[in-house]
Design a protein around this ligand. Structure first.
Ligand code: SAM
Length: 282
């Protein structure tokens, strides 16, 4: 095996042995479902594109399976892990790739990752569902745009991945699709069967890849969020009903020529952005 820059990968013990030697029994409370299949891990590491000498910010490295694949692809990795039991295993991995892995023992929801990882970092993570969604929303709602991150490669439950890439008219289409597709180009890279994880979770997972889009000027996150919360709060109702409590929304709808008898789930992302722009006085 070679790294992205053609150098040989250092020999490493099998992940199962690392897990056994460090007593890393999977903790349910921390949402631990480990990936051990090297080919699958390499496939995930290829999703962001070439990583030679790029910085990757990895959330939740656990025993380091995905971290190995990222380092093997030539990346420098800044990883944040909440479970201190994983730190000795990650330190061994750091020894195998001197100067290329920095581990932060902390909660990813609490740290300033832009400062830790720096501008232009690719973010890659296989995270528990609730943490992953919270971080995705945080990364998509950053006030400054374009954001510090160059791309996001994130493992989710397939059902959540489908909500991120959903198209109008589908049941999965809603607030998350609009936020993600307003601020990024989002695609579902591939699905991962539950049997690939140890222990297997209850449902199929999927890897989603997002690249920041140019943000249309004159629209604030606050207005997009308020608009989509009201519109999808009553998704089966006509917009004239669901938006009537949101100041300025019905006037903005009229100003951009959208029929108030339509329902939120029929409106494309651009229509929400156009309405929000009028509400923001743009
Ligand atoms: N990346 C490894 C893999 O693919 O096998 C582990 C994935 S496991 C699904 C999720 C990892 O995220 C665990 O190691 C867990 O301890 C860690 N984790 C959970 N919540 C976290 C948080 N708030 N901050 C940092 N790490 C967290």
């Amino acid at each position: 095996m070679t790294t992205g820059d053609g150098a040989a990968r250092p020999p490493l013990p099998p992940l199962r042995e690392v897990i056994a030697r460090h007593g890393l029994s999977a903790s349910k409370a921390l949402g631990q479902n480990f990936l051990l299949d090297g080919q699958l891990l390499d496939r995930i590491a290829r999703v962001p594109g070439p990583l030679d000498d790029r910085t990757v910010y990895e959330v939740g490295p656990g025993p380091g399976g995905l971290t190995r694949a990222l380092l093997g692809a030539g990346a420098r990795v800044v990883a944040v892990e909440r479970d201190d039991r994983c730190l000795p295993a990650l330190a061994e991995l750091g020894d195998a790739y001197p100067g290329r892995l920095r581990v932060i023992a902390d909660d990813a929801l609490k740290i300033d990752e832009a400062r830790q990882a720096g501008a232009g970092a690719h973010i890659v993570a296989n995270l528990p569902y609730n943490v992953g969604t919270a971080l995705l929303v945080r990364w998509l709602t950053a006030p400054e745009w374009p954001p510090f991150w160059a791309s996001l490669t994130l493992m989710f439950q397939k059902e959540v991945a489908e909500r991120i890439v959903a198209v109008p008219g589908s049941d999965a289409y809603g607030r998350l699709a609009i936020l993600a597709q307003w601020r990024a180009q989002a695609r579902l890279a591939f699905t991962v069967h539950r049997s690939a994880f140890v222990p297997p979770p209850k449902v199929t997972s999927a890897v989603v890849h997002l690249v920041p889009a140019a943000q249309p000027p004159g629209v604030t996150v606050r207005t997009i969020e308020a608009l989509t919360a009201a519109a999808f709060g009553q998704r089966r109702k006509m917009l004239r009903q669901s938006l009537k409590g949101l100041p300025g929304a019905l006037d903005a709808l009229a100003a951009v020529g959208i029929d108030p008898a339509r329902r939120a789930e029929t409106l494309p992302v651009e229509a929400f952005v156009a309405v929000a722009r009028v509400m923001d006085g743009g």
